[in-house]
Write a protein that binds this ligand. Structure first.
Ligand code: NAI
Length: 462
């Protein structure tokens, strides 16, 4: 029986980052992973492969729509789907092997197999039992299916099947206008599929800033995505080659059907803790099936911790990473901490959408006095040169103190631009602090500064 200071179960962004930080802090560490490769959902069947397909399909879109305008003439590229798939697989391989390298470098043992916790202080992997002073559950999440819908990962798929379809469907129906539905819907729309998104609520990407949602839907519709909002999907009837989706419009209860070659079910994810033995151990769970933890990620059972999608909070890789580092520090006797008020959210469509902190709706509901500074990318020279002038930056600041409370960006590189606002918020900065910071010209980031200026005496370029 080998014994460790820490055994992390799961090697996704939460788990592998946690294992590396534990090792860096001098703890003898192992990580259990049953998949053939490290990296979890994010690297193998999530964030990374979807970004490869988003990148490739965006390049095609640029070639088809903008090359000729810049004087780049000639035949537009056609899609070699098999090659695009192998490009995607290569990207996955590079990343997962990178984690394997980091494990070796940090002397972390990869315990290959699916782990369970037969008793506190013990982890079973296959037939082997290992001892651990601390066990960290970082087992992530899995798609949550809808009742009446059977997933076969061929015709009716989750995000996993959607990344490896045998061919580009003529008609794709996406159930759920959340992050997964819109990212993958964008990919296939750009690759030539007719895409219809069916969403239960009356707006796309619920929870996001309302103004951003409206602009986002308009821009996606311009790219050819069709939206049926306020519609509850009832069932999907699938044959070997086709599917029929039945939904009810909530406003009048009328029933409708739509045919599809492929149906993507993107209606959320749920924590994945199957087979760990948590029930027998008496680990407390929330009503939503998440592992209950305290502010130090400790469960009610001594020596067992949990992080990432398996616990409460947004299901985001970077939130899991931060929790992984924090719990490692807690176990090592340091002061691990995550600021949940400053966790950015990004949708990697084109344009990208990014947000941090509070939305206008949340501030209004809380009765908080705030001001909004907004700047359109139409006033940004770099964006205009790059055919990327759709969208805007909006910064929300306290009306009296000018302290930044939130920011919402739809536009080019929004997912990168948001981070200067994250840093500003971490330092408790005011909008004026951002406005007084020199921003290089010509960059997209000038739009952030202009939005900050708009919280004060006004932007220059609008
Ligand atoms: P989501 O929770 O973002 O969106 C699901 C959508 O499905 C909601 O808008 C919901 O109203 C709708 N829906 C639910 N039942 C329905 C029904 N019967 N008929 C029609 N619509 C229905 O979930 P999603 O997109 O599956 O993503 C899962 C998780 O993965 C999220 O927490 C997300 O943040 C995370 N994720 C994050 C990414 C990123 O940060 N870029 C990328 C991919 C996933």
């Amino acid at each position: 029986m080998s014994s460790y200071d820490v055994i992390v179960i799961g090697s996704g962004p939460g788990g592998y980052v946690c294992a590396i930080r534990c090792a860096q802090l001098g703890l003898k560490t192992a990580c259990v992973e049953g998949r053939e490769t490290l990296g979890g959902t994010c690297l193998n069947i999530g964030c990374i492969p979807s970004k490869a397909l988003l990148h490739a399909s965006h390049q095609l879109h640029e070639a088809e729509h903008n090359f000729a305008k810049m004087g780049l003439k000639g035949k537009a590229p056609s899609v070699d789907w098999a090659q695009m798939q192998s490009y995607k697989d290569e990207v996955i391989g590079q990343n997962t092997k990178g984690i394997e390298f980091l494990f070796k470098k940090n002397k972390i043992d990869w315990l290959k197999g699916w782990g369970s916790i037969p008793e506190p202080g013990k982890v079973k992997v296959g037939d082997e039992l290992h001892e651990a002073k601390n066990i960290i559950i970082a087992t992530g999440s899995t798609p949550s299916a809808l009742p009446g819908i059977e997933i076969d990962e061929k015709i009716v798929v989750t995000s996993e099947g959607a990344l490896s379809l045998p061919k580009i469907p003529k008609k794709l129906v996406v159930i759920g206008a959340g992050v997964i539905g819109l990212e993958l819907g964008s990919v296939y729309a750009r690759l030539g599929a007719e895409v219809q998104v069916i969403e239960y609520l009356d707006q796309i990407t619920p929870g996001m800033d309302g103004e951003v949602c409206k602009t986002f839907q308009r821009l996606l519709a311009k790219q050819g995505l069709g939206f049926t909002l306020g519609a509850a999907v009832q069932k999907v009837d699938a044959s070997k080659t086709k599917a029929k989706v039945t939904y009810k419009l909530r406003k009048d209860d009328s029933e409708h059907t739509v045919d599809a070659d492929v149906v993507l079910v993107a209606t959320g994810r749920k924590p994945y803790t199957d087979g760990l033995g948590l029930g027998d151990l008496g680990v407390e769970m929330t009503e939503r099936g998440q592992v209950k933890t305290d502010s130090h990620y400790a469960t009610n059972i001594k020596g067992i911790y949990a992080i990432g999608d398996a616990i409460t909070g947004p299901m985001l890789a970077h939130k899991a990473e931060d929790e992984g580092m924090a719990v490692a520090e807690v176990i090592a006797g340091k002061h691990g901490h995550v600021n949940y008020g400053v966790i950015p959210g990004v949708i990697y469509t084109h344009p990208e959408v990014a947000s941090v902190g509070q939305t206008e709706e949340q501030l209004k509901d809380a009765g908080r006095a705030y001001k909004a500074g907004k700047f359109s990318f139409m006033g940004n020279g770099r964006a205009k040169a790059n055919f990327a002038a759709d969208g805007f930056v909006k910064i929300l600041a306290d009306k009296d103190t000018d302290r930044i409370l939130g920011a919402h960006i739809i536009g080019p590189m929004a997912g990168d631009l948001i981070h200067e606002i994250c840093v500003a918020m971490e330092f408790g900065a005011s909008a004026q602090d951002l406005a007084l910071t020199c921003h290089a010209h010509p960059t997209y980031s000038e739009a952030v500064r202009e939005a900050a200026l708009a919280c004060g005496d006004g932007p220059i370029h609008s």
